[in-house]
Design a protein around this ligand. Structure first.
Ligand code: TMP
Length: 199
């Protein structure tokens, strides 16, 4: 079972992923979480270029794909083969939305990501760019990916994605968001495990 948690910066993804891991473990699931960009050499280069703004969107795209290849081969596939529930803090939906919002062709980005395992469930934490930026600014200085116009485009693309996607209103208090996400995930896990049991 592969679950991706997606959303613009400041949507609360990281808090929600941490919460999900804890709650699912309490319920006896063997669960692991991975984050993209990773800590691989590609991930480190990505973090560097996000600060410097020097490479083209196309080069950025290539790096995110390379980082994902690394993550799938070394982390995601082994965990899935070991029967674990895998929770992703960002996955290829982020590439579609963020690199798409830089002007790259969304269909081509989707195609380049078809080689990777498809999530069984994608939870999009939906928040307005204004709220997201307010949350970010309360903690630190926003970076290049974090201006209202850009985040508006990213959000629009996220909300246009359809397959296995559940959109959760993340404008609300985090406790309400947690409750809703957990409900969606538990229902999904129950369904798929029941389905397997019938085979
Ligand atoms: P993070 O803040 O969740 O660690 O992500 C770092 C930035 O990387 C964030 O602004 C979104 C961006 N990003 C992309 O542009 N494309 C991608 O494929 C991924 C995974 C992240």
């Amino acid at each position: 079972m592969l679950i991706a948690v997606e959303g613009i910066d400041g949507s609360g993804k990281t808090t929600i992923v941490r919460f999900l891991v804890e709650e699912l473990r309490k319920r006896g699931y063997d669960v692991v979480a991975f984050k993209e960009p990773t800590d691989s050499e590609y991930g480190k280069r990505i973090r560097q270029i996000l600060k410097e703004r020097k490479v083209s969107p196309e080069e950025e795209l290539e790096l995110f794909i390379k980082d994902r290849e690394f993550n799938v081969r070394n982390n995601i596939l082994p965990a899935l083969k070991g029967g674990k529930v895998v929770i992703m803090d960002r996955y290829y939906y982020s590439t579609i939305a963020y690199q798409g919002a830089l002007g790259l062709d969304v269909e081509r980005i989707k195609m380049l990501n078809e080689q990777f395992p498809k999530p069984d469930l994608v939870v999009i934490l939906d928040v307005s760019p204004e709220t997201a930026l307010k949350r970010i600014k309360a903690k630190r200085r926003p970076d290049r990916f974090e201006d209202v116009e850009y985040l508006r485009k990213v959000r629009e693309i996220f909300l246009s994605l359809k397959n296995n996607v559940v959109v959760v209103d993340a404008e609300r208090d985090i406790e309400e968001v947690k409750r809703d996400v957990l409900k969606v995930v538990i229902e999904h896990l129950g369904e798929s495990f029941n389905k397997d049991a019938k085979l």
